[in-house]
Structures are given as structure tokens and as C-alpha cells.
Design a protein around this ligand. Structure first.
Ligand code: CUA
Length: 328
């Protein structure tokens, strides 16, 4: 459409699939709407008052016709459902090896933390052709993370994590919006996603280009490790398990047996809840003595702690002792 685009660029791996589904639904709607609209007008004219058209009633029925108009739309609807569910399923499951980026929404800005430690506000740099998973939380009200060119949108909520993922297919800059009314400056709560070629992205990460992120001396996991010590977590959660709290080495992503029966998986939400609401899910065999850190750690710091605990989980050799280094 040249200078008047009706739809945003297609710049992610799901964009084409979402559009195909959307245009199919629009096409089907038109396919049914046009004949019905036409017949309404046609019959209104044909059977207007005073016209000579026959008013003799319909006699007899056609079972074939009646079965057809039930079965065909039923299969159409089920087909669309199966197709859409497949797209939705893929959009909800980030592929393994995605880059984890932590997102915090607050009135009225987006904050990003990269695993390497870079932080950004209202700008997100990502590499082209690589899956990126966003782990998102809000510091205040409900926001919604929306990148039209990627065809992804997800609410960002206070008190819990939501995720979204995308894989950009073309380098460039794409608008990023807040898509949930969140107060006075909702309209300006946005920014851009900057998709870079892999080499450019690595230069950006290392601070070697103009406009690079401010150099961060340490990774997210390393910041988390420092917090883990300064908040006193390391006093109880000793790596060798000799403390009053369970060792956190190798725990992330694994099933955790709970006091009172049942198990849960040590994912981001579980780690978050364990820090803010430690009595909610106590690990089997331990006393519920951990104090809550609600109000003492910010959303940014929670992300750092989680990155640290994650790094312990990904590293098989961390059972050694309290000085174990996280994966850089
Ligand atoms: Cu945040 Cu609207």
C-alpha cells in the first residue's frame, strides 16, 4: 500500500501465521455476510407491499440441506479452532535456548534487564533470528506489552510473572506500546524494539557502538549473587545444605517436594513467591521460619535473584560449597 500501510510490518516468525488466520476469519465473515445482506435487500424488494410475487408457503423439507448447513459450519468452526489453537500453543511456548530478558512495567515506562547486565528504558535491543523470551512483571497497575510488528501482546501484572516470546526476522526498529489503559501517561508509555544483526548486537552488548547501553560491570546473576549475600539469604541457604534453609544449588527447573504433601516446579514464579511469601509453599522437611522480603526487594532485584538461582540450577558442579560461582 506504499505510503499508507494498513497493517504493520511482519517482523517475527509468528507474524505471517497470525495474519493468515486473521485474513481467513475476515474472508469467512465476508463470505457469509455478503449473501445474507444481499438476500435481505432482495427479499425486501421482491415481497414489498403490493408486489405480485407469490406468497404460497414452502411445503416439504430437504433433510440433506438441513444436515449440510449444520455440518459444514461445524467443521469450519472446529477447523479454525484447531488452527488457531496451534498458533496460540506455539506463541505460548518459548523454544529452548531463548534469551531471557526481564521486563518491568511501571507508570509510565518499560524497564529491561539483559542477562549480561545491560539495562534499558523504553528501548529493547535484540538480535535478529534468535528467540527472545520476556519475563514480565508490573510495579504498580496492569500494563500490556505490545509490539504490533511481531504480532505479540501480553498483559503485565503486579504480583506475578507473565511471559511472551518472539523471534525477529528482520533487522530494524519497531514500535512498542502499552496496550492497557494505566493512567495519565498511558499514551506515551512506549518505545521501540531495536532488532540488530548478531554481530552488531554483540558489539552493542560489549558497549562498542554509539548509543550502546551504559556499561554494566557484572551480569544479572552476579548482581543477584551479591544481593543473595547482602540480604542474608546465603546465611540460611548454604550451598552444602547445612543451613536452616534448603540449598538452592541445582534446584531451578526441578520438582520441589512441599511440606504437607504435593510437589511444585521451581520456576520463576515459585522463586518469586518463595522470596515474597515464604510461608506459601514450604519445602518438605523445613520449618516455616523464613521472613518475607516483601517491600525489601524491588522488581529489578527479584529478577537478579532469580537469574542467580537459575545460574545455580544450570550448573551441575555447584554442589561443591558456598563459594560456587554462578554461570557468567
Ligand atoms: Cu502502561 Cu498503559
Amino acid at each position: 500500500m506504499g505510503g499508507f500501510p494498513l497493517t504493520p510490518d511482519q517482523a517475527s516468525t509468528v507474524a505471517g501465521r497470525v495474519d493468515a488466520l486473521f485474513y481467513t476469519l475476515v474472508g469467512l465473515s465476508l463470505l457469509f455476510a455478503f449473501p445474507i445482506a444481499f438476500l435481505i435487500v432482495y427479499f425486501a424488494v421482491k415481497y414489498r407491499r403490493g408486489s405480485q410475487a407469490s406468497r404460497a408457503g414452502q411445503t416439504g423439507t430437504s433433510v440433506k440441506l438441513e444436515v449440510a448447513w449444520m455440518v459444514i459450519p461445524a467443521f469450519l468452526a472446529l477447523g479454525i479452532f484447531g488452527w488457531a489453537a496451534g498458533v496460540y500453543f506455539d506463541m505460548a511456548h518459548p523454544p529452548a535456548g531463548a534469551i531471557d530478558i526481564y521486563v518491568v512495567g511501571k507508570q509510565w515506562m518499560w524497564k529491561f534487564q539483559h542477562p549480561e547486565g545491560q539495562r534499558e528504558i523504553n528501548e529493547l535491543h535484540v538480535p535478529v533470528g534468535h528467540p527472545v523470551k520476556l519475563l514480565m512483571a508490573s510495579e504498580d497497575v496492569i500494563h500490556s506489552f505490545y509490539v504490533p510488528a511481531f504480532r505479540v501482546k501480553q498483559d503485565v501484572l503486579p504480583g506475578r510473572y507473565t511471559t511472551i516470546w518472539f523471534q525477529a526476522t528482520a533487522a530494524g526498529e519497531y514500535h512498542l506500546f502499552c496496550a492497557e489503559y494505566c493512567g495519565t501517561d498511558h499514551a506515551v508509555m512506549g518505545g521501540k524494539v531495536i532488532v540488530m544483526e548478531q554481530a552488531d548486537y554483540e558489539r552493542w552488548l560489549s558497549g562498542g557502538v554509539a548509543g550502546a547501553a551504559p556499561q554494566s560491570p557484572e551480569s544479572l546473576a552476579a548482581s543477584g549473587q551479591q544481593l543473595f549475600t547482602s540480604l542474608g539469604c546465603s546465611g540460611c541457604h548454604r550451598m552444602d545444605g547445612s543451613g536452616p534453609g534448603p540449598s538452592l544449588a541445582g534446584v531451578f527447573g526441578k520438582p520441589v517436594p512441599l511440606e504437607g504433601g504435593g510437589t511444585t516446579t521451581a520456576d520463576e514464579q515459585y522463586v518469586r513467591d518463595s522470596i515474597l511469601m515464604p510461608q506459601k509453599q514450604v519445602v518438605a522437611g523445613y520449618q516455616p521460619i523464613m521472613p518475607s522480603f516483601q517491600g525489601r526487594v524491588s522488581e529489578d532485584q527479584l529478577a537478579q535473584l532469580i537469574a542467580y538461582i537459575k545460574s545455580l540450577g544450570n550448573q551441575p558442579g555447584t554442589q561443591g560449597g558456598p563459594t560456587a560461582e554462578p554461570t557468567p
